[in-house]
Design a protein around this ligand. Structure first.
Ligand SMILES: Cc1ncc(COP(=O)(O)O)c(C=O)c1O
Length: 371
């Protein structure tokens, strides 16, 4: 049975009357359809209007697959287009679902990481990302959790919700371990390449890794519902394609057309996300530091979300309710299984982020634990 998706429920609850500053999500700064098309010049609209509105190919249009393959530096046949990374993850977990099997995922994590495999009857083993160790992965912990029934190890870097990253050497060590043990390593890279310090290499350089990417997060085009799997293993690729043929058939040729434009113009798109996220992170930092008696945090090293905690140790839900009444939408920590934390987005609101930070400062100053 699938359990409730608390994060989606919370966001949905506030969708009708959205608080003034919406910091509950995790994407970058939005694009209008017009601004996306303009990146490609005047002829692109006409080309789009001329295309047939029919099914696309199950693996994705050739043009989009080629653009993704070129970006990821992999052979085009390794790329399968999906309806978002969400669909990619579902098929990856389905392929792992065998009696007695287990999968290894992080805690906290993007909620489907444990809800979906549990619903498929898989045992879910969690490695913890602890604030005391800057939310870094502990390779030994992952090694200890792995046994002969482990089907996959899933990592997410940059990480939602904590903003932690996995250093290239650690990723390579994990890849070597997974290969040695015959376990699939899945790297969810939907926040790559948004880093706030040293940039990390793309996981598709790892010969045996399954890489999940999308246009929703770093590209900030979540409405296209375009994601992908880079899968070097042919047997797995065949499974994912079959699963997609049964469940989704194909993406829309309209969104694949737009997706291809986005991938080709990635430099401009990613630079905009980086610029907004880094500017906003610099605004968030002093507000949280100034209220260290109320909130603690680890400065994110990638992605577009921070995951502070209430120093009092209390459940953040009532704090998030108060924040919403004050015009600030955050995501409560219980959505990620960590009650005293909450998630703040910093990839959106280039124009209004300073005002939102002022409001956050007022809210934190009014907290009972404020000095
Ligand atoms: C780590 C991670 N993976 C995958 C997804 C799914 O994204 P989408 O289906 O929009 O591509 C999300 C969305 O929040 C995410 O945070």
């Amino acid at each position: 049975m699938l359990t409730s998706f608390l994060l989606e429920d919370w966001l949905e609850e506030h969708a009708e009357s959205m608080p003034e500053f919406s910091l509950g999500g995790s994407t970058g700064p939005a694009w209008t359809l017009r601004s996306l098309l303009e990146l490609d010049g005047p002829s692109s609209l006409e080309r789009m209007l001329r295309s047939d509105v029919l099914y696309s190919r199950a693996a994705g249009s050739t043009e989009l697959r080629e653009a993704i393959a070129q970006m990821q530096r992999v052979p085009v046949e390794h790329v399968l287009v999906m309806t978002g990374a969400a669909e990619a993850l579902s098929h990856i977990f389905s392929a792992a679902a065998q009696p007695g099997a287990n999968v290894i995922v992080s805690a906290p994590c993007f909620p489907p990481y444990n809800a979906v495999p549990r619903a498929l009857g898989l045992e879910v083993r969690e490695y913890r990302l602890r604030r005391e160790t800057l939310y870094e992965i502990d390779l030994d912990e992952i090694r200890r959790l792995t046994d002969s029934q482990t089907k996959l190890i899933l990592v997410n870097s940059p990480h939602n919700p904590t903003g932690s990253i996995i250093a290239d050497e650690a990723m390579e060590a994990l890849h070597d371990f997974a290969v040695e043990r015959g376990v699939q390593l899945v790297c969810d890279e939907v926040y790559h390449p948004i880093y706030h310090g040293t940039a990390m290499a793309c996981a598709s350089r790892l010969a045996s890794a399954t890489v999940v990417g999308d246009l929703s997060k770093a590209f900030a085009l979540s409405g296209l519902r375009v994601g992908w799997i880079v899968e070097p293993n042919k047997r797995r690729r065949d499974f994912y394609l079959t699963a997609r043929e049964y469940c989704t058939v194909s993406n829309s040729p309209v969104t694949e057309f737009l997706g291809e434009i986005a991938v080709r113009h990635r430099q401009a798109i990613l630079e905009r996300t980086r610029e907004v996220a880094q500017t906003n992170l610099r605004l968030l930092e002093p507000v949280l530091d100034e209220h260290a008696g109320v909130v603690g945090w680890v400065r994110p090293r990638g992605g577009m979300t921070a995951f502070p905690w209430l120093v009092s140790g209390t459940d953040s839900r009532s704090f998030c309710d108060r924040a919403a009444a004050h015009g600030l939408l955050f995501a409560p920590g219980d959505c990620f299984g960590v009650r005293d934390h909450f998630r703040i987005a910093f990839g959106v609101g280039r124009d209004w982020y300073p005002a939102a930070m002022q409001r956050l400062g007022e809210l934190l100053s009014a907290c009972p634990d404020s000095p």
